[in-house]
Design a protein around this ligand. Sequence first.
Ligand code: SF4
Ligand code: SF4
Length: 381
Amino acid sequence: MNLVTFSKLQQLSEQNLPNIAKAKQEGRKVIGFYCLYSPIEIAVAANAIPVSLCGTRNEPIEAAEKVLPRNLCPLIKSSYGYAATDTCPYFRFSDLVVGETTCDGKKKMFELLAKFRPIHILQLPQTQETDGALSFWYDEIVKFKKKVEKVTGVEITDERLSEAIKLTNQERKAKKALMDLPKMNPSPISGIELLTVMFKTGFFMDKRLGIALMNEIVDEFRRKGNPAESPFHPKTPRILVTGVPVGLGSEKVVRLIEKAGANVVCLENCSGYRSVFMIDENKEPLQAMAEKYLSTPCSVMSPNPGRIKLLDELIEDFSVDGVIDLTWQACHTYNIESYQIEKFVSEKWGLPFLHLETDYSESDTEQLRVRIEAFLEMVKS
Ligand code: SF4
Ligand code: SF4
């Protein structure tokens, strides 16, 4: 990324919190979300500001462990730790916090979180396949809409929802265009650069600014799509990372893969490709939202065929040479599902596969480095 674009990204990121503080003073509400199942369009339609609260850093974990078990997913501990230590400005700004009944750890943590902020729990079905799941989820979204109307004092009409959907779809389109850049071989952009742009723009209060900046970055990289300018070589191993969400602060595995000489060309997780499923703009808005969100292929669903289907498409589209499945420690759903993912990757695609289980600390960095380097040797051979 050129320096001008990078400094623009930095500048807009730094301006974000003051902008939210100002908007709050002027009466706008802030609604905090933790998960990709969250229908943020409801907040957007009520002129509230949706913010992501998912903890991606190690710092607040020590404080969280005073209340939560040590043997718990770092994402849950980090999210709780930020709230308990009052060190996340986005949490502090939130007039309402939204949790979903996804994995056991998260839903029990939300019970404890309720002492810090008003919380609304969306009861998420555990399957996408039974007839009742979608109508149950639809009703949950209707209840959430009523709650947001009460908090914001804004009536959320279908027109407002349709406008919100158009905006978030534009954001998904821009994100997808960005994530599609590494389809070029060699890729003009590194996995770390991609992650940085998506993570930072994901916090922008004004989604239009994030969309414009992502489109600008895509144009910049397309213009210099000259292989000679790529940081990679056509023979650089092209790695797909699947599994748990990754953000700045929890990106050590992506960093280690690229330091070891490979290129993370695709992230099949909530920070990557799963976040760009579009909402059908031709359907009744709440129904279209219910369908889109319930189809998110997370391991908390049983069964979870959508993840295999998505992986199948991405492995082909990105000409992937190897797959790394990342699981946060004590995440049972991703840990168990890894068996099926490995089977699929090796039997259908005959590709090398590596399952890594880690946390947000740096204590196992050396061990991870050795395993990743050995894996990449296998990919190259
Ligand atoms: S991995 Fe699953 S539970 Fe975690 S943010 Fe994504 S959808 Fe939500
Ligand atoms: S990574 Fe696993 S344990 Fe952690 S919040 Fe997501 S689903 Fe739950």
